[in-house]
Design a protein around this ligand. Structure first.
Ligand code: NAP
Ligand code: 12T
Length: 338
């Protein structure tokens, strides 16, 4: 099998770390692995296949000889370095929001629209969607194909790991400070996150929605390739470390019973149905953490509309929501296109 020179940009971050682990776990055909981060990380190493790999500083010439770049170091880094990478022949799978809504750039969830990867040559970039969008569309696609979605109302319960390693540290530290009767410090979030819920993810925009909410609205239409799907979202940060949960209300054009939806989802790629209320079985963030699949449960009829269902969708935001989805895209690139 052909092997590839792979770079992970932002390797020392919450997502980058998981990308390195995912490449190893899925036996990605890596010829050599280049780990890139800021100058702060010079001298650090990460373990890959039992060996210590040094972290290098990201520079303009970092992509010479690199064939695949997995980017997760922030939108401004991707804006600048993804075009440079492609100029030297490196295809970029970008996990930031920098390129997602560019009409020339495919936005891909392999279970939903793997075929869109074919357009990678437009700009040499394939965008990885937002974590909350990925898990929602994995579950909604088979239902959309069966009964055509008219409208989605989603509220999210998002883990702090979505904001990166500093936010994981902030929740840990605030919990410990509160238990020890110390003053808490707030650096990442504008309010205390420990034992609290913040209806605020990413920045507010003029229409009152946050950018995170707009990502869920716009990215869903692009990935499902259907602008007629109406979406409204409220995205909430909760004091959970790993795993985003979502309450999703869906209105369909045609009838779809909870039983039919359950059967479709049992057959859907990347989905596990966890739905047995009589035994208290439903998806939970603590069980989804560390897993690859998207878990769906609490599937029930919405009696307030003609053809509606409610459900609860949970996935590991760092794995399926970021690193795993990016590596899956890279796998398809190597198998079909490179
Ligand atoms: P993180 O834990 O804060 O890590 C950030 C990474 O970027 C670190 O490796 C950091 O290196 C590197 N970095 C920062 N500034 C840099 C610079 N000037 N030059 C080179 N590298 C730099 O954050 P994260 O959670 O892993 O997230 C990283 C990115 O992924 C963000 O853009 C975020 O929006 C995106 N993301 C997307 C999803 C999704 O929904 N698909 C989910 C989570 C995150 P140092 O360690 O050297 O500082
Ligand atoms: N602000 O990739 O804070 O657009 O959880 C993902 C997660 C942005 C993104 C978060 C964010 C993204 C978060």
């Amino acid at each position: 099998m052909r092997e590839y020179t792979v770079a992970v940009v932002g390797a020392t971050g919450a997502v980058g770390n998981e990308m390195v682990a995912t490449l190893e776990q899925r036996k990605f055909p890596v010829k050599s692995l280049k780990l890139l981060a800021s100058e702060r990380s010079i001298g650090k190493t990460l373990t890959y296949k039992g060996k210590e790999v040094p972290v290098d500083e990201l520079k303009e010439d970092s992509f010479e000889g690199v064939e695949i770049g997995l980017f997760s170091a922030g939108g401004s880094i991707s804006q600048k370095f993804a075009p440079l990478a492609w100029e030297s022949g490196c295809v970029v799978v970008d996990n930031t929001s920098a390129w997602r809504m560019d009409p020339n750039i495919p936005l891909v969830v392999p279970e939903v629209n793997a075929h869109a990867i074919k357009d990678y040559k437009n700009k040499g970039i394939i965008a990885n969607p937002n974590c909350s969008t990925i898990q929602m569309v994995v579950a909604l696609k088979p239902l959309h194909d069966a009964a055509k979605i008219k409208r989605v109302v989603v509220s999210t319960y998002q883990a702090v790991s979505g904001t990166g390693k500093k936010a994981i540290f902030e929740l840990e530290t605030q919990v410990s400070d509160l238990f020890n009767n110390r003053e808490i410090t707030k650096k990442v979030y504008p309010h205390q996150i420990a034992f609290n819920c913040l209806p605020h993810i990413d920045v507010f925009t003029e229409n009152g929605y946050t950018k995170e909410e707009l990502k869920m609205i716009n990215e869903t239409k692009k990935i499902m390739e259907d602008d007629s799907i109406q979406v409204t979202a409220t995205t909430v940060r909760v004091p959970v470390f790993y795993g985003h949960s979502e309450s999703v209300n869906v209105e369909f054009e045609r009838p779809l019973s909870p039983e039919e939806a359950r059967e479709l989802l049992k057959k859907a790629p990347g989905v596990i149905v966890a739905d047995d209320p009589s035994k208290n079985i439903y998806p939970l963030a603590i069980y989804a953490a560390g897993k690859d699949e998207t878990f769906v449960g609490r599937i029930r009829k919405d009696e307030s509309v003609e053809h509606g269902l409610n459900m609860w969708i949970v996935a590991d935001n760092i794995r399926k929501g970021a690193a795993l989805n990016a590596v899956q895209i890279a796998e398809i690139l190597t198998k079909t296109y490179l």
